[in-house]
Design a protein around this ligand. Structure first.
Ligand SMILES: Nc1ncnc2c1ncn2[C@@H]1O[C@H](COP(=O)(O)OP(=O)(O)O)[C@@H](O)[C@H]1O
Ligand SMILES: O=P(O)(O)OC[C@H](O)CO
Length: 485
């Protein structure tokens, strides 16, 4: 039997999953690693922690699957995006901790560029916004801090892992990761010399950009030489795992945050509604583009109910609690704990709750928390519809830990006024990376056959009346307005 090993290097943990040729999971392993918060709004990872966790889970997954490493035909890598690593070409040692996508330390610099009127040009070239979220200003910060010199290499986490796995033979990335750096031209797929100049980033330290299914190098970490044949940023890998290959197809992943991607086909769409233009995947040299909406707090609001307020013992308790909520209280919880992402992009906003009465209690908080995820998705979906002139009968495909909540998914369908599909396989991120690698290796089927294996586990249909839906949504919009700086 032949297997594919998918590595999912996420923000808080690294996971590895062994898939068989029928894309069934035969073994997996997961390891958390430390988060470092050296200052307010700063988030760092030690790249050595990331590396150690990845090596451990690769070995752990193979062992748990009960297979031999030489049965693995290919490795696929998917990763937290934008997180920035700089290392020395000779020693392979990082010169600074990785600056994580959530880190806001370059907010002032981004504001300065905006004041200079440069945002339109950045958006035009990269599809992105002038926000600290992306790698470019983080890379500049590291170079300013540690000094510019020859022999330094930049990479997002995929790149750094491949460099280590191939013992310094491959300095590469894929098109989906490259387009999140703010250094890559969205239309040409090439590093943008003018943006690099704007940020004082030497273009020579950037990795070579390959297709999402390509020859990224081989690794001996598990013993035998195994090729790395698939790479994609985690949200793009989920888009692939959800088989959103047709123009107009859309997925939304509900983990700590929420990331919704709409396939817009072979021509990039520059958003007029503050969404991100991004590459969904690049196969056989052909880029397929997406519009993306990123929300920073989704499942994290449930964690806050558990760890901050202590009103639930576990995430799933929100469902029975929300069912008990008084239907006559209309409470809005805007979870702007770290500012607001798309489409508002207000880094200074902070969370707020509106509509409390003497009768408001844990049940109403739980309900408002779950509803906040639906409302935020509606903000994104409306912005997407406006950008592409309507979404027609698009069905939203959901995944991620929070999509397990039937209550949250039913409310999502209600507030969108559209069906929501939850697939049988919820490990869509790893699945996407595994398919890219396995397809490239020739052991998994092509796109159409793979797409045909996608199967729905539950379809949620809207039950809310139109008038109620719109009244509720208007209330949310007012709450967001009152929350923003
Ligand atoms: N049944 C549930 N109801 C509501 N939220 C849930 C449920 N199960 C998990 N979650 C939320 O989903 C998130 C975990 O999803 P996961 O995809 O593992 O996230 P990440 O990859 O970002 O760590 C947590 O924030 C958790 O609060
Ligand atoms: O690692 P995750 O699942 O939190 O995803 C992070 C995103 O890629 C950030 O853009």
């Amino acid at each position: 039997m032949t297997y594919i090993l998918a590595i999912d290097q996420g923000t808080t943990s690294s996971r590895a999953i062994v898939f068989d040729k029928n894309l069934q999971i035969v073994g997996s392993d997961q390891r958390e690693f430390p988060q470092n918060f050296p200052d307010s709004g700063w988030v760092e990872h030690d790249p050595e922690d990331i590396w150690a966790s990845v090596v451990a889970v690769m070995k752990g997954a193979v062992q748990k699957a009960g297979i031999e490493p030489d049965q693995i035909a290919a490795i696929g890598i998917t990763n937290q995006r934008e997180t920035t690593v700089v290392w020395d070409r000779e020693t392979g040692k990082p010169i600074h901790n990785a600056i994580v996508w959530q880190d806001r330390r370059t907010a002032d610099f981004c504001r300065k560029l905006k004041e200079e009127g440069l945002e339109a040009e950045v958006t035009e070239r990269t599809g992105l916004l002038l926000d600290p979220y992306f790698s470019g200003t983080k890379l500049r910060w590291i170079l300013d801090e540690c000094g510019r010199r020859d022999g330094l290499l930049f990479g997002t986490v995929d790149s750094f892992l491949i460099w280590r796995m191939t013992e310094g033979k491959s300095h590469v990335t894929d098109a989906t990761n490259a387009c999140r750096t703010m250094l890559s031209n969205l239309s040409t797929g090439e590093w943008d010399a003018d943006i690099c100049k704007m940020l004082d980033v030497p273009i020579g330290m950037l990795p070579k950009v390959l297709d999402s299914a390509a020859d990224f190098g081989t690794t001996d970490i598990l013993g035998p030489s195994i090729p790395i044949l698939g790479v994609a940023g985690d949200q793009q890998a989920a888009t692939v795992g959800q088989a959103c290959f047709g123009k107009g197809m859309m997925k939304s992943t509900y983990g700590t945050g929420c990331f919704a991607l709409l396939n817009v086909g072979e021509t990039p769409v520059v958003s007029k509604n503050r969404l991100l233009g991004t590459v969904a995947y690049q196969i056989d040299g052909k880029r397929t583009y997406a519009l993306e909406g990123a929300i920073f707090v989704a499942g994290a609001v449930v964690q806050w109910l558990r760890d901050g307020l202590g009103i639930i013992a576990k995430a799933a308790d929100t469902h029975p609690l929300a069912e008990k909520a008084d239907p006559n209280q209309r409470i809005y919880l805007v979870p702007a704990f770290t500012g607001l992402g798309a489409p508002h992009w207000d880094p200074d906003a902070r969370g707020a709750i509106f509509g409390l009465t003497r009768n408001s209690g844990p049940a109403e908080f739980a309900r408002a928390a779950l509803e906040s995820v639906g409302y935020q998705t509606r903000d994104l979906v409306d912005a997407m519809a406006a950008d592409v002139g309507g979404l027609g009968d698009t069905v939203l495909r959901v995944d991620g830990g929070m999509s397990a909540s039937d209550w949250a998914m039913q409310f999502l369908s209600d507030i969108l006024g559209a069906p929501v599909d939850r697939p049988k396989v919820l490990e869509t991120t790893a699945l996407g990376a595994a398919w890219l690698a396995g397809m490239r290796a020739g052991v998994l089927p092509g796109m159409d056959e793979f797409a045909a294996t996608w199967a729905v586990e539950r379809e949620f249909q809207p039950r809310m009346q139109e008038a109620e839906r719109e009244a509720r949504y208007r209330g949310w919009q007012a709450a967001v307005r009152r929350t923003m700086g």
